[in-house]
Write a new protein. Structure first.
Length: 535
């Protein structure tokens, strides 16, 4: 087997902590609940789990507003619970990645309370404070991604503070070296507790234009965007992605690499456009983050030609030695099964787990979970309250473990923090675990194949140009082992050429097909195949 770093070979499984498993019986997932499901994750075959924030927080943004970076919120447990989870995961060969939230704190964090206490506070410059503009208006035209202006007036000290998200999430001033050192100390704290890496939240936002210039209006406001209409009115040239942001993450990478055993990973949440800027996060000499998240396939029209075009473009822009990352769902985006439909969700899983790169698998996608409609009175996400239609609750609903009331997520007499999907639909672990044709069985088999075949784990990527219309096919190769992946995204059967005959390792239908003869294969509508080509 290759000696590639674990994060190149491995598959990361995102656990939205509130929604995975409730061990305390309050309707909210917790760390002990995750620990109780580690055997399932080991059985599934993932290599690492990424935990969304579990730190002390007023929960205005469900943990992304942190009041204490070095403690666990009582809602989720204790530091001892975290230590037990780390130890139990490592016993099973599962690594643990934690969320690192550098751009902002809670407005209840002691740093901000001190900063807000007086214009002469020792920590005043730890946050982004500005006077009124000369005409009495806000300091500039920046808007919050969650809707409304990005500036909040503080009557007590007579200045505005910046918040690119909720007003309860004031932005830290990373141009202050004391802030940088304090936040690097946060990373050291969790490294010392044994974490295996960091997912860096909104990594591109931490450095803004030092002159706080206005953002220019966007010429084309009809361009598709993930965010609300107010955000899309501007070109975000000055409130995010200032060129010196890359220096921050180069220094952070050096910290992580040099602290302890040296095999930790850094994965950065950054905008995927333009590609040239996205690729800069790898660093000029591979000294940036290990991987920026690959959001390139999110909300993409599910078309074979477009998929290939995007993937080829990413492969073409990667710096020498860089390793791609791929994401199809997460806690901020619609679930892939809702975006492309249940049949194509199987194709999506095969795509995710056979492309060159490190996949991030969102909890429940291995079951084909879909977004759950949330009644208005049960809505939780503050983004929905500020910008109608932007709520992320539907993709954050609890994990269904079985077909019992509350699906085994929490006790049957407790109301879960968000509604579950409809019972009896077969989208739960217990219903699918023993079904050899289930989505769960397909996911587990693809994960097994990644472990057993270096070509799938670390091999090269070469698209098959002769693939027919509606079909996307490629070859993964490593030291003479060649594996072809053929996805038919069309509504008709296609005959796809392959470089040679071979044996079918798995099909999306789990139908047990064994051989592909004469170097051609007929692929049914919405079917995918993984074929081990003859030498």
């Amino acid at each position: 087997m290759t000696d590639a770093p674990w994060w190149r070979r491995g598959v990361v499984y995102e656990v939205y902590v509130r929604s995975f498993h409730d061990a305390s019986g309050d309707g909210v997932g917790d760390l002990t609940g995750i620990a109780g499901k580690l055997d399932y994750l080991a059985w599934l075959g993932v290599d690492a789990i990424w935990l969304t924030p579990f730190y002390r927080s007023p929960m205005k943004d469900f943990g992304y507003d942190i009041a204490d970076y070095r403690d666990v919120d009582p809602l989720f447990g204790t530091l001892d619970d975290f230590d037990r989870l780390i130890a139990a995961a490592h016993e099973r060969g599962i690594r643990v990645i934690v969320d690192y939230v550098p751009n902002h704190t809670s407005d209840r964090h002691p740093w901000f309370l001190e900063s807000r206490s007086s214009p002469t506070s020792a920590r005043r410059d730890w946050y982004c404070w500005r006077d009124r503009a000369p005409d009495g208006a806000r300091p500039n035209n920046w808007v919050s991604l969650f809707g409304g202006p990005a500036w909040e007036w503080d009557e007590g000290t007579g200045q505005y503070y910046l918040h690119m998200f909720l007003r309860e999430q004031p932005d830290l001033n990373w141009r202050n070296p004391d802030v940088k050192e304090a936040m690097f100390d946060v990373a050291r704290f969790w490294l010392d507790r044994g974490v295996d890496g960091f997912r860096i939240d909104v990594a591109g936002m931490v450095m803004k234009d030092p002159q706080y210039r206005d953002n220019p209006p966007r010429a084309d406001t009809t361009r598709r965007s993930w965010f609300g209409s107010e955000w899309t009115q501007f070109e975000h040239l000055h409130d995010t992605m200032h060129p010196d942001v890359f220096d921050v993450w180069r220094d952070f990478r050096a910290l992580v690499d040099g602290h302890g055993r040296g095999d930790r990973v850094t994965i950065a949440e950054v905008a995927n456009r333009p590609l040239e800027r996205w690729a800069r996060f790898y660093g000029a000499d591979g000294d940036g983050v290990h991987m920026p998240f690959g959001f390139h396939l999110l909300r993409l029209d599910w078309d074979a030609a477009q998929l290939r075009s995007v993937i080829d473009a990413v492969e073409g822009i990667l710096p020498r030695g860089a390793w791609p990352n791929w994401v199809l769902s997460n806690h901020d985006q619609p679930r892939i099964a809702s975006w492309v439909g249940p049949e194509r969700a199987r194709l999506a899983m095969m795509l995710l787990l056979t492309l060159r790169g490190s996949p991030t698998l969102y909890y429940g996608d291995e079951l084909g979970m879909t977004d759950v409609p949330i009644p208005r009175e049960r809505a939780q996400d503050p983004w929905e309250g500020n910008v109608a239609g932007q709520g992320r609750d539907p993709e954050r609903t609890p994990m269904p473990w079985d077909s019992s009331p509350n699906a085994g997520f929490c006790p049957p007499d407790v109301e879960p923090w968000l509604p579950l999907g409809p019972a009896g639909a077969g989208i739960d672990v217990a219903s699918q675990r023993d079904d050899p044709c289930s989505m769960l069985a397909l996911t587990r088999e693809l994960l097994r194949l990644r472990r057993e075949h270096d070509a799938l784990a670390v091999g090269s990527y070469m698209p098959i140009d002769e693939a027919p219309d509606g079909c996307f096919a490629w070859i993964r190769e490593w030291h003479g082992e060649r594996i072809a992946v053929v996805l038919n995204l069309s509504a008709a059967s296609v005959v796809a050429p392959l470089p040679s005959a071979g044996g079918v390792l798995v099909s999306t239908g789990m139908d047990g097909r064994e051989r592909v003869e004469r170097g051609v294969v007929t692929v049914a509508p919405s079917e995918g195949l993984v074929v081990l080509l003859d030498s």
